[in-house]
Design a protein around this ligand. Structure first.
Ligand code: UDP
Ligand code: MG
Length: 316
């Protein structure tokens, strides 16, 4: 494609078993896109759905010039799917959003306004978030903790309605990290970011694709991918435990000399209690170390974050 026919705006949307939402989303999205001045393309990434998502997307693609369907070979996760979309998109401005209509497409013009004002990253903050209390509470803790320990200041790490200038996307693509967290990485590359408040809606149909376990994995990716804070805490806790152990050991030896062996036998259970505590702490330490070693292992292997099955473009 020559430069003149390149779209100005690319919308990247990951789909994983979203058959109930494909038609509804396309309807609302294209209605918005038809009203903007910029040329556009929509990259829908099918992340290994095992329902009718792909066939519905392909049907939409036949009817809509500018709609590209990227089909991943299997399920690789939301962030990997977005990376696959990034690699295919051609726009100067790129916007990511969810397929379940929790991010209203009607907010897109507001992101475009921010781009026009010269911002290279438009992060969105979900107002009146329509998720379970548990999710809201977990996000609040994550946002505060991450801002504190990573030095990346964001009010809403989790909102995937986000606009990126091409340069940022290129930066992200050139850093194929293992299991990355796109909003934090984008913030890292941004020169002139802005945060705007957007509406958030309830999931229209289908269930959240994140189980508690998957969610925990994502938080762990964010935490270990962007800070060494857990290692520092480990060091602090370890030092404190070692100091405590030393003090306790010395006290027991002194008391043993002063009070005799009978006293010592009666102290066996206390000792056991502390032994258990120490063993537990060591296991905790091994777990944290394991997380980092796992990341190093994956990085060394240089396994690609996704594998494309096919790229389907509209053919007139
Ligand atoms: N998604 C994906 N791959 C996955 C999980 C989710 O592409 O393995 C997509 C999903 O189809 C949706 C977006 O990522 O478009 C957000 O997922 P979901 O709505 O389940 O997350 P939540 O809103 O509960 O955080
Ligand atoms: Mg959702």
């Amino acid at each position: 494609m020559d430069k003149a026919s390149m779209p100005k705006l690319s919308i990247v949307i990951p789909f994983y078993n979203e058959q109930e939402n494909v038609t509804r989303l396309c309807e609302r999205l294209f209605h918005v896109l038809d009203s903007i001045q910029e040329t556009w393309e929509v990259i829908c990434v099918n992340d290994g759905s095992n329902d009718k998502t792909l066939s519905l997307l392909l049907k939409e693609k036949d009817a809509r010039p500018g709609l590209v369907v990227v089909d991943l070979a299997r399920n690789f996760g939301q962030h990997a799917a977005i990376m696959a979309g990034f690699a295919q998109c051609q726009g100067d401005w790129i916007i990511t959003m969810d397929a379940d209509l929790q991010n209203p497409p009607e907010e897109i013009p507001r992101l475009l306004d921010a781009f026009r004002q010269g911002h290279d990253l438009v992060a969105c903050v979900r107002m009146n978030r329509q998720d379970s209390l548990f999710r809201k509470w977990a996000s609040m803790i994550t946002n505060r903790l991450m801002t504190r320990i990573s030095g990346i200041s964001l009010r809403d790490f989790g909102c995937m309605l986000r606009g990126y200038d091409r340069e940022i996307v290129v930066g992200i693509l050139e850093n194929p990290e293992y299991r990355t967290f796109i909003p934090a990485l984008a913030q890292f590359f941004a020169r002139n970011p802005i945060e705007i408040e957007v509406r958030h809606e309830e999931r229209v149909a289908g269930d959240s694709k994140y189980s508690i376990l998957k969610l925990f994995g994502l938080q762990l990716d964010l935490l270990t991918g962007f800070s060494l804070w857990p290692l520092r805490v480990l060091f602090l806790v370890g030092s404190f435990m070692a100091f405590l152990g030393l003090a306790l050991g010395s006290a027991i030896i002194v008391l043993r000399i002063v009070l005799g062996s009978q006293w010592a036998a009666q102290g066996v259970f206390t000792l056991f209690a502390f032994m258990f505590f120490l063993v537990g702490a060591q296991f905790f330490a091994l777990g944290v170390l394991g997380e980092y070693i796992g990341r190093i292992f994956q990085a060394v292997r240089r396994r690609p974050p996704y594998i494309i099955g096919a790229v389907n473009r509209h053919e007139p």
